[in-house]
Structures are given as C-alpha cells and as structure tokens.
Write a protein of this length. Structure first.
Length: 225
C-alpha cells in the first residue's frame, strides 16, 4: 500500500492514500488507454525512476487497482482491475479541471500517445457525436500520431504502431498541429485562424471537417484571473 497516511477517516483521504503518491495517477492514466508492459510504462513516463515505477506498481497491485496478466506475444502486462477502471471518470474530470490551468508548454514538457489519447477522451463531447456523422481524424502532434474515430457518441483512438489512416471512411481528415491544439479544443482559436497562422496544417482529406473537430472536442478555457 502507499506509505502516506493522513490519519483521517474519510473517502477522499483513503483515495489519496491509494493513488496520491507521485506518479501513481499517471500510471493509472496510461493504463486507462490499455494494458502496458513495464517497458511501455517506463517509456511513456520518461522521467520516472525505475525504482519508483516498480514501487508504485506494487502499491497499486496491493490496493487491488492493477494486476499482471499474460498476453500472447507480449508476455506479462499490467492492466487495471474493474476497481481500478472506476478511476476513469475521476481521471477525466481531473483532466478537465487541470486543462484550465495548463497555459503554454513548459520547457521539456512531453506529449505521449497515451497522454494525448486521454486528452482527446477528456475533451470528447459524446452528445455532439451522437448527432454527427461518423468521422475519422488522423492527428500528428510532434512525434505522436493518433487516429480517432468519433461515431454514435463513442470515441475510439489508436496510436503508435496501430495508428494508420482509416480507409473506406467518407468523412476523414488528416492534420498536423502544435501546442496550439489546446486553443483549438478550447474554442479560442478557429480552424481557419489555425491554418492561416501555421498552427495547423491539413495533410489529407476535407479541411472543412476541422469545424466538426471543434464541435466534437471541447474544453473550457483558462481560469479567469
């Protein structure tokens, strides 16, 4: 179990004792995308010391949040238990709250396939998707490429080696963006403005679908001063 003990009988306190240690929730965040090998987790969290990653995984397993399972051709992987997956709404809500204070990227800040996947899931508007034709967005952000398919209120995202342009979809657009993607999602930068400023480049498909992107992915902007 996590070593921290606050000495109070409270659900919030118990939650912090389980996932409040440094790096714990980021491990959970990445496992919400899918099962991961130890090396995958280490690569996705490049600054975590190996001993801390091992300790956090042991603590999360002892708490019943994570388990190790064998997967053909992959060996042993870590995955969330049903109890661990109950943290999804918590992590998404925390991401929405934290989005307001993100500001510009700090020096050395990285974007990984898992962090961007969770950002898209955080920003996804399921109700808007239910009213919108199925659409595929292939997004390039630095070295990360993701393919996101929004249809019938559901968002499916693949990245890494699995990410490839979808075929057979009539509504599809592929584009490259930089950190200004945050402004596009927040609605403070329009697709036209993003293209004219060079913050976004359409690589393939119908550029008009960028307007649909902004309608399907949205988060509130910065906290008012």
């Amino acid at each position: 179990m996590a070593a921290r003990n606050y000495g109070q009988y409270c659900g919030v306190v118990r939650a912090l004792e389980l996932v409040g240690e440094r790096w714990a929730l980021l491990i959970v965040r990445d496992l919400l995308v899918g099962p991961r090998r130890y090396s995958d987790l280490k690569n996705g969290l490049s600054r975590i010391p190996t001993n801390i990653l091992s300790d956090r995984l042991k603590e999360l397993q002892a708490a019943g949040l994570v388990r190790r399972v064998p997967v053909p051709r992959c060996g042993l992987v870590y995955e969330l238990t049903p109890y661990g997956r109950e943290l999804e709404d918590v992590v998404l809500a925390l991401g929405r709250w934290g989005f307001k204070a993100m500001g510009e990227p700090r020096e050395g800040d990285e974007v990984t396939a898992d962090s961007l996947t969770m950002a898209l899931r955080t920003a996804f508007d399921a109700e808007a998707s239910a009213r919108t034709p199925a659409t595929v967005f292939t997004l390039h952000l630095g070295d990360v490429t993701l393919v996101a398919r929004a249809a019938e209120g559901r968002l499916d995202v693949v990245g890494g080696a699995e990410a490839q342009a979808a075929s057979g979809e009539s509504d599809a657009v592929e584009f490259a963006a930089g950190p200004q993607l945050r402004e596009l999602i927040a609605g403070t930068l329009s697709p036209d403005e993003a293209q004219h400023s060079g913050a976004l480049h359409v690589l393939d498909g119908d550029a008009r679908l960028l307007e649909r992107f902004t309608s399907l992915f949205h988060l509130d902007g910065a906290v008012a001063a």
